[in-house]
Design a protein around this ligand. Sequence first.
Ligand code: SF4
Ligand code: SF4
Ligand code: SF4
Length: 353
Amino acid sequence: MAKPTLTLNGKVVEFEPGQTILQVAQAVGVEIPTLCYLKDATPTGACRICLVEVKGARTLVASCAMPAGNGMEIQTDSQAVHTSRRLNIELLLASGSHNCLTCEKNGDCKLQALAYRYGITDIRFAGQTQQYPKDESNPLIVRDFSRCILCGRCVQACNDLQVNRAIGYGYRGAASKIVTTGDRPYQESDCVFCGQCVEACPVGALTEKKAVGLARSWETKQVRTTCPYCGVGCQMWLHVKDGRVVKVTAVEDAQPNRGMLCVKGRFGYDFIHSPERLTTPLIKGEDGQHHPATWDQALDFVAKRLKEIKKKHGADAIAGVSCARSINEDSYNMQKLFRGVIGTNNIDHCART
Ligand code: SF4
Ligand code: SF4
Ligand code: SF4
């Protein structure tokens, strides 16, 4: 059966039933700017930046929430669209306290980028903006709601993607704010500090506390790696300045984590530069102290002791517990070593404890 078609900026394109206008545009490489749209979450149409003109429609429509229809004629960058987007960006800027110089997100902010792209140099709308004290009460996330544009991406990231349901919209009208249950600090709420809300926030309202003041986005290079913590193998970016990891974010479209991380992967990187980190094996001497050794010395020592124990007490005097952080292949090799080489079935895995 022939696929439905629509006309996008004068060009006829096919689409899959159920796709939104935004998804159709993205599929054929037509860029429509967005702020609140979060992939894999239910569209909200909150920010009105992705507005497009659909022939015959009474108003401009939010392309993230509007299903594509057969025969639609759509303009993504007409004068009406441009004027409306510009106005909405101005209103968002006017609704908060946006001093980019003092903002941690300077250079990596979608609102700032849109303001520049749409040539906004003055805010025409003066008014009383809601001021919130910066919440720095927990060790991992800074919340600065004076910069919040109420796009809702953090709520969707928490509820739809991570399914933690720790935050939602609170209060009403100009006092609207993203809150935990009872508007308590994160550390007193259901928050598990996965940091997905921070990753989703397009502006400087939610930022990584440990990264404050360490680097502007243009000063870092991003190095892709695999999370060192467990066998899932989540894909992450290390943001590195002068050889130092300043923060960690998820790789958006990569398996298996598809842009998500847990608290360990996102925030547990202090060990990399810890002066207490072990950098060589240690062998306990007869003096009871641990002494640095090479890997060859350490492995020879372990093999010698295992052989001695087996000879004296039998193979079942030895047991192995492998690590839940290991990959499947390492766990397989561990049981092979114990069953096939040492000769015992005393092999287990710490995930069962
Ligand atoms: S949130 Fe964006 S626009 Fe607002 S101050 Fe920070 S960088 Fe500037
Ligand atoms: S850190 Fe995770 S659990 Fe906590 S509010 Fe953000 S997304 Fe929700
Ligand atoms: S905190 Fe960030 S992601 Fe959440 S609503 Fe405000 S601007 Fe959007």
